[in-house]
Structures are given as C-alpha cells and as structure tokens.
Ligand binder design. Structure first.
Ligand code: GDP
Length: 330
C-alpha cells in the first residue's frame, strides 16, 4: 500500500461495546450533552446520537474554543442552532462558560416538562449525561461542572443501575459522573483525518508521518501564512505538497540527521504537537459553508442518479426536526 494513502479504520469491537453502554445510560437521563471539538464541530460529532436521541433535548457543547478560529466557531453556533440544537461555547480547561451547560439543560427540560404536563414534578433534578468521541474534553467538562458547583456525589439512587454515580449540581441538575463515549465517525477519509489531527484517534495506530503530511496539506490551504510565519519558510513552498513543506520546516528548524538529511520524524512530532497545543494560532479545520456546499453537491448527485427523495442525508433528516421533535421544515 502506498505509504501516503494509509486509511484509517475503527475497531468494530469497541464500537459494539460503547454503543451498548450508551444505549443503557441514555435511558436514565433527561438531556444529552454532546461535547464536540470547536476546531471540527461537525467531524467530531457522531450523527448516531441524533438518531438515538432524536426527539429529546440535546445540547452541543463546542469545547476547546480557545484553540479554534473564533469567527468560524460563531458561524457554527448559528448553523447548529438553525438545526434546532441548543449550543454552548466553552473552554473546559479554563472553565469558561461551563455553567451554561447545566443552566441551559435545566431551562430546556423544565420548559418541556411544563408544556407536556409531565407526570414528574417540574422541579425534579434535571438529569444529564456528557457524551462525545474520545479526547474532546468530556472528563474535563465533568470535573469542571462538579468543581464549580461545589457538587456532592449523591451516590446510587433507587432504581438506578448499581454503580452509577450522580453528581448533584447547585442549579437543579444532576450529572452522570461517567461520560458516554461515542466512536468517531469515518464517513470519509477527510473526516477521519480531521479526527486524527485533533488527537481523537490513538496516535499509536497511525503513522505520524502520514498524519503530519496530511495536516500540512490541510493547513497550507486554510492558514498558509501561519506556517510561513511560525517556521520561517518561504511562501513559495506552500505551492508544494505537505511532504515538501515538512522538509522545508525541518531544514529551517535545523532538525537534521547525520549526513544533513532532514529528521522528518522529529519534525512531524513537533508540527503536530504545535498544532494541537495552539502554537500555530487559533485554527478551524472546517466551516459550515463547506459542509452546506458538500451536502448540496451530494444531494444533487444523488438526485440525478436516483430521483428526488433519495438525496436526503442523515444529517439533513435530523436537521428537519428541532430538539423537541417538532418539524421545522416549512
Ligand atoms: P475526553 O477523552 O473527552 O474525556 O477528554 P479529556 O477531558 O481527557 O481532555 C482531553 C485533552 O484535552 C486533555 O489534555 C485536556 O486537558 C484537554 N482539554 C479539554 N478541554 C480543553 C479546552 O477547552 N481547551 C484546551 N486547550 N484543551 C482542553
């Protein structure tokens, strides 16, 4: 296989287990919070949750906003809100806006209870669960919510599966202390690579060289000037592919092996690390406009092939319903 064409796969074994756990835990809660990485708010989201939780309140917590391009993050917020999601933008590391999660959860669940004349008392604690693919910040969110509320673990509750711990927050919410782990979606290789760039696929199973070359191919299109500024490479190098850009960066940084060859492994580790830690600045690797255009193109292609109805995509179908299951399409 061509080294540069390494494909990313997920393991079905993990998927079956995480799916079972998710389906078991989701029955216990009133609202599901899906944490996504603000640098790739669509690629780090798992559409399976929308199917599983279609008619119930969902919150998208766009995390790591400190690392993402603020203008793009703002546009993604509106994009998801138009699809009927409640969106909060957070930086879980610093705890920024973290309490918005429980505040909004309580708001939407209580409004829903009163509109439905629910049998529950409207002031019964709102039970929520934090979910998301690996490495998006689920544990950090849970710790922050628990910490900021001086929360107490309430322990097992009657009727709740043994071993489940609830953290009682101050604002009327209860939080399941273990996150629901979702598997990354690999709709296509471009999505899979983006998930790999942010570190949600264990680096152990990936070739760092491929990861870095793909990342540079992506960055040169979106944020080429960041590369030239940080690494002092000539702007003309951006006309080349990721492998050449990597060489140029290694040479400028003096990452050389005996004999003067560029130490590509060392350079790769540095570039990936600098991207992930924000040293290349605040970067978003996808935009809502690109996703809308891609989805329209896919619909048109599908319609041309199969007739009008077949163009409906999973994400598009979910978008027609708002969080309360009401049809928003006119
Ligand atoms: P989980 O696998 O989804 O539970 O993710 P973790 O909570 O373990 O977080 C993964 C990594 O992301 C850790 O190194 C966190 O410190 C870091 N992290 C979490 N939230 C943020 C954030 O808002 N900003 C930044 N820069 N890093 C974060």
């Amino acid at each position: 296989m061509d080294e540069n064409k390494q494909n990313i796969n997920w393991f079905p074994g993990h998927m079956a287990k995480t799916r079972r756990m998710m389906e078991e835990n989701i029955k216990l809660v009133d609202v599901v919070v899906e944490v996504v990485d603000a640098r790739i708010p669509a690629s780090s989201k798992n559409p399976y949750l929308d199917q599983l939780w279609n008619r119930r309140p969902r919150i998208i917590a766009m995390n790591k906003t400190d690392l993402a391009d603020p203008a793009v993050t703002e546009r993604f917020k509106l994009w998801y809100e138009e699809k009927g999601f409640t969106v909060v933008m957070i930086d879980a590391l610093k705890g920024k806006n973290i309490k918005d999660i429980s505040r909004r959860a309580v708001e939407i669940v209580r409004a829903r209870r009163s509109s439905q004349n629910a049998v529950y008392r409207a002031d019964r604690p709102v039970r929520m669960m934090i979910t998301g693919i690996p490495n998006v910040g689920k544990s950090t969110v849970i710790n922050q919510l628990a910490h900021r509320s001086d929360a107490a673990k309430t322990g097992n509750k009657p009727g709740v599966t043994k071993g489940k711990q609830w953290i009682r927050l101050q604002d009327g919410a209860s939080l399941l202390d273990t996150p629901g782990i979702l598997w990354p979606k690999f709709d296509d290789q471009a999505t899979a690579w983006k998930i790999a760039f942010i570190g949600s696929i264990s680096d152990g199973i990936l070739d760092t060289y491929n990861l870095c070359v793909n990342l540079l191919d992506n960055l040169k299109v979106r944020y080429g000037s960041r590369l030239t500024e940080r690494y002092g490479i000539d702007p003309s190098v951006l006309q080349e592919d990721g492998a050449h850009i990597l060489e140029a960066i290694g040479r400028r940084r003096g990452h050389l092996k005996q004999g003067g060859q560029v130490d590509v492994e060392r350079t790769c580790v540095m570039v990936v690390d600098e991207f992930r830690s924000g040293k290349l600045g605040r970067i978003s690797l996808e935009t809502p406009e690109e996703l809308t255009a891609a989805s329209a193109a896919a619909d048109a292609a599908s319609e041309a092939e199969n007739g009008p109805a077949a163009g409906e995509k999973e994400m598009g179908a979910a978008a027609e319903k708002d969080i309360h299951g009401e049809d928003r399409s006119e």
